[in-house]
Design a binder for this molecule. Structure first.
Ligand code: 8YV
Length: 312
């Protein structure tokens, strides 16, 4: 439906199959397009932007994260950048909660047992996971998705803690019953579950370094539905190998779609193929949001989801 509307509204060249778009095709596209609609897999770096034609006035990203776009370079060329925040918040928070449940209750492992015909009865200690009720969840990055996850976790009886550049408003902190940690290291060392929900920026690259990963408690589980770059993936593979962590749930990877081989094949590591916003509804809404941003700009107004460097 989004495709049809795009064709109706604009002189649109749609490339939905070739993902990521071939570099030469991308270079050719910025030579003739007024508006570029990339996805996360398209690297919109400074050299691509430098090679763009004068007519390129807008980059309307299909997705919330804009780490694949050099915003400074775009702003330098007076190209407006927009994204699609808000419309994928609940779905991504659902996926983070699903991973927390899947890892703590060994859901994927259990399904595998049945699928392979290995369910031959139970014993009181067979396939026991860990209780969530009353456990401490530490959310790293308390933006829209972090807060939506906090609401879910609270409903599951978890105690919500978070680290963020600054505390959330008192009203939200009270609603979520959330405790703020200024010091990330201290929070990491005390949580039962950690969920990463921050954007990937220069500052958050390898936020979970080898050093920080070693602060996690051996019974802790780590969830990442944000961006792979937040974790030193090779260091995480080592932590998994030495059983320095109880479980891991990942939807995103440092070099997507490649995954560090050391993370594959462990019963306590659940790996998903970047499904955070993968619902028909969210993808439709993301497309509609792109259209709204482009139309608003075309009509001479400020697009609602404009991204500026100060926001990053
Ligand atoms: C998408 C995402 O899969 O919005 C984001 O930042 O990571 C996901 O929703 C992707 O961005 C689509 O381009």
């Amino acid at each position: 439906a989004v495709e049809t509307r795009m064709r109706e509204l604009f002189d649109a060249e749609l490339n939905l199959k070739d993902v990521p778009m071939d570099r030469a095709a991308l270079e050719a596209a910025v030579q003739r397009a007024d508006v570029l609609v990339p996805t996360i897999t398209d690297e919109i770096d400074a050299s691509l932007i430098a090679g763009a034609g004068e007519q390129l006035k807008m980059i309307a990203n299909f997705g919330a994260g804009v780490d694949h776009i050099d915003i400074d370079a775009a702003v330098g060329r007076q190209i407006i950048v927009t994204n699609t925040p808000g419309v994928l918040t609940e779905d991504t928070a659902d996926l983070a909660m699903s991973l927390i449940l899947a890892v703590s209750r060994r859901i994927v492992e259990g399904a595998q047992v049945v699928a392979e015909g290995r369910f031959e009865g139970w014993t009181p200690t067979w396939m026991c996971g860990r209780k969530l009720w009353g456990k401490r969840l530490g959310i790293v990055g308390m933006g829209r998705i972090g807060q939506a996850l906090a609401r879910r976790a609270k409903a599951f009886g978890m105690q919500v803690h978070y680290h963020n550049r600054k505390p959330v408003s008192e009203r939200i902190a009270e609603e979520l019953g959330a405790t703020y940690w200024d010091d990330l290291d201290q929070m990491l060392a005390r949580m039962d579950v950690i969920s990463l929900n921050s954007p990937a920026t220069k500052e958050t690259h390898h936020l979970l370094s080898a050093e920080r990963l070693s602060l996690l408690q051996p019974h802790a589980i780590l969830i990442n539905t944000a961006r792979g770059e937040l974790i030193d993936e090779a260091a995480l593979a080592e932590v998994v190998a030495r059983r320095g962590i109880a479980g891991v749930g990942l939807d995103v990877y440092e070099n997507e779609p490649a995954i560090h081989p050391g993370l594959i094949g462990h019963a306590n590591v659940v790996l998903l193929p970047h499904l955070g916003s993968a619902t028909l509804e969210a993808r439709q809404d993301m497309g509609d949001r792109v259209i709204l941003n482009v139309m608003t700009y075309q009509n001479g107004h400020r697009p609602p989801d404009r991204v500026i460097p100060a926001m990053l």
